[in-house]
Design a protein around this ligand. Structure first.
Ligand code: ATP
Length: 326
């Protein structure tokens, strides 16, 4: 029995989680789900965005399924990633048939380092002068580079591209680039190259098919993965996984999206595909494929939420996917 901590969180997190759980419960797998609170509402209720009870449960679980946190995201999800040492943030950007997007057929994965860089929050203020410290280590760079190559090998992907800005950030990005180049030598069968992050953004927009697996540091990875999501139809479709040696956290790329929260119109596809990443993580590949196929079939059949030009509500879409699973 796998212990799964479910945290719906804030805003549309609650709505998309309800939809994804509807699908997961239907699969009837040996998973034990327990629900916990975290986020803006938890902060108001308990004085802590990530209550101790939630953190303890996450530490004892086999995986965390997370919806979204609003203003408190840094205190919740960034902290959880650190506490559970989930060093790799995997964000696939795969075009789904039936969805109009900039690049039909695109299938790339962004592997983002999750534990260091500017997101450590080492920020200082001296009057009108503010500073932020960027930490990049050989250990974390090597770990994420190897993870990217192993993922490429596992998924039969052909190429890994490292993104950095080593011409300006000579020490931090320089180390990351050098370590990626060293690790690449161990994987002769997989092509490797590296780009400056700014040039890579242009290539991503103009010719994204030159990419397959992207590996990069924390903040660049955050930005580039949203960009990649935009190439294949937007945030409503983008799943992600945070993977460590012992734990894993599965969360959609999107946040709480308060502008559409409470209306029941959020697209649950990102959350459902995120649940599929969890299924694959635990070896339930056939089940994941079945759900992914049902999502594609629903969309191809014109069953869409408003963000994709359709009229279905969040739960109506989930029910359609559940129906197609039968
Ligand atoms: P964060 O800063 O954590 O990324 P946010 O609330 O600023 O969160 P997102 O939630 O990532 O921003 O989303 C940006 C916009 O994209 C939202 O305001 C919303 O309009 C749209 N969006 C995001 N997710 C979805 C979804 N699942 N379905 C439909 N629209 C979405």
């Amino acid at each position: 029995m796998k212990k799964i901590v479910v945290i719906p969180g804030d805003g549309i997190g609650k709505e998309v989680m309800e939809a994804a759980m509807l699908i997961l419960e239907k699969l009837d797998l040996p998973f034990e789900y327990s629900y916990y609170e975290a986020g803006d509402e938890a902060l108001e209720k308990y004085g802590k965005a990530l209550p101790d009870e939630t953190l303890e449960a996450c530490k004892k679980s086999d995986a965390v399924l997370f919806g979204a946190a609003g203003e408190t995201a840094a205190d919740v999800i960034v902290r959880l990633r650190r506490e559970l040492e989930t060093f790799a943030n995997v964000r696939p950007a795969k075009a789904i048939e039936g969805i109009e997007c900039l690049y039909p057929g695109l299938d790339i994965v962004v592997v983002r380092e999750n534990t260091e860089c500017l997101y450590l929050g080492f920020e200082f203020e001296f009057g009108d002068v503010t500073e932020a410290v960027r930490v990049i280590t050989r250990k974390a760079s090597e770990r994420i580079a190897r993870y990217a190559f192993e993922l490429a090998k596992r998924e039969g992907r052909k190429k890994v591209t490292a993104l950095h800005k080593a011409n300006v950030m000579k020490r931090t990005c320089g180390l990351f680039r050098d370590v990626c180049r060293e690790v690449a030598k161990e994987y002769g069968d997989i092509e490797f190259n590296d780009y400056y992050i700014d040039a890579a953004c242009m290539y991503l927009v103009m010719d994204p098919f030159r990419f397959d697996v992207i590996v990069t540091t924390n903040m660049f990875g955050d930005i580039v993965s949203d960009l990649a999501a935009g190439l294949v139809g937007g945030l409503g479709l983008a799943p992600s996984a945070n993977v460590g040696e012992k734990s894993a956290i599965f969360e959609p790329v999107h946040g709480a999206a308060f502008d559409i929260a409470g209306k029941g119109i959020a697209n649950p596809t990102a959350m459902i595909l995120t649940a599929c990443m969890m299924l694959r993580h635990f070896g339930y590949v056939e089940e994941a494929k079945k759900v992914e196929a049902a999502v594609e079939k629903a969309i191809k059949g014109g069953k869409k939420t408003p963000d994709l030009g359709g009229y279905l509500k969040t739960l109506e879409f989930a029910n359609e996917v559940a129906r197609l699973l039968d």
